[in-house]
Design a protein around this ligand. Structure first.
Ligand code: COA
Length: 317
């Protein structure tokens, strides 16, 4: 028996309130321009939470959509892992709140904190629990409301982030063939906490963007190489790159490194901005939902974020 976890369904959910760069600059009186933000980051607009949107409400809706795509009833869920840096409460966890919102009555629920790498970390934990036989069906969610922890007078950070949630259903498969989560690779370097962090627990977020930028491509390249080598696959075998959506220049550099044509790199940063732990599952949900990612495709996920944390996952759909 070769038990593995497969991604049985994906879902995403964004708040309805959309602000383009010009509207954002006007709303907060920022000394910036649409041109600067687009050129330096690739971001054109972002979705921002309304007064009734929370990490729980966004995450629960993304989870409902993932369950619907998988054709799985909430009663079949054995556990919920939510990656978030913007939980609604210190406790209970956002995962526990989402469990209640979905009407799930059994299993575990908890949060994972690894900033923008959170979804890769949560996927790794969910996959390990399934392989260990602790669960057969796990919801892995990334849900964020960064608009609540931003300094809206700091043009170097506030223009870069957005709100949203994405989710996948991980299901145990006893005879998966070559499908499923093939491997996950996680890293952290806590000595670099000072270049990207949140003051206390409520904010604001502080970032030395150029210092993060300088490390991003090197660290992501290394972890991607690690994932390929662990599975003895070549760059050419990768059908889709689903990267963390922080900056189009980092995304394009990673696509070039893998030798992928630009249309094999899933990009949402222009419309979503950086939604932290939600960015990878949101991008995944979009590309699975519109039929780009198809059964049999080899998909590489990667992310880097505060901690520093970084990681990658190789998944065959
Ligand atoms: N509008 C206009 N000017 C701005 C600005 C804005 N919104 N934000 C910063 N600037 C200015 C700076 O003040 C600086 O001016 P100075 O040279 O007079 O001091 C200048 O633009 C250049 O700033 P710098 O930070 O060097 O720009 P950059 O090319 O590195 O781009 C980021 C800035 C943040 C877009 C880029 O560093 C980045 O994307 N970093 C990685 C961020 C990331 O990935 N974070 C998340 C990881 S999860």
């Amino acid at each position: 028996m070769s038990l593995r976890s497969v991604i049985a369904g994906c879902g995403g959910h964004l708040p309805s309130n959309v602000l383009d760069n010009a509207a954002l600059a006007a709303k907060f009186g920022l000394d910036t321009s649409d041109e600067w933000i687009r050129e330096r980051s690739g971001i054109c607009q972002r979705h921002l939470a309304g007064p009734d949107d929370t990490a729980t409400s966004l995450g629960a809706e993304a989870a409902r959509r993932a369950l619907a795509q998988a054709g799985i009833d909430p009663s079949e869920v054995d556990g919920i892992i939510c990656a978030t840096s913007t939980p609604d409460n210190a406790f209970p966890s956002t995962g526990a709140h989402i469990q209640a919102a979905l009407g799930v009555k059994k299993g575990f629920a908890f949060d994972v904190s690894a900033a923008c790498t959170g979804f890769i970390y949560a996927l790794s934990v969910g996959d390990a629990m399934i392989r260990a036989g602790q669960a057969r069906c796990v919801l892995v969610i990334g849900a964020e409301v960064y608009s609540r922890i931003l300094d809206w007078s700091d043009r170097s950070t506030c223009v870069l982030f957005g709100d949203g949630a994405g989710a996948v259903v991980l299901r145990a498969e006893d005879e998966p063939g070559d499908r499923g989560v093939l491997s996950t690779h996680l890293h952290a370097d806590g000595s670099q906490a000072g270049i990207l962090y949140v003051e206390g627990t409520t904010g604001p977020l502080k970032m030395a963007g150029n210092l993060v930028f300088r490390q991003a491509v090197n660290k992501l390249s290394a972890v991607v190489d690690e994932a390929l080598a662990a599975n003895k696959v070549e760059k050419a075998d990768v059908k889709w790159l689903v990267p963390h959506q922080a900056n189009i220049r980092i995304i394009d550099a990673m696509g070039r490194k893998l030798g992928l044509s630009p249309d094999r790199v899933v990009k949402t940063v222009d419309r979503h901005a950086n939604t932290s732990a939600a960015s990878v599952p949101l991008a995944l949900a979009e590309a699975v939902g519109d039929g780009r990612i198809r059964p049999g495709d080899l998909v590489l996920l990667e992310a880097i974020g505060g901690g520093l944390t970084w990681g990658a996952a190789l998944v065959r759909f």
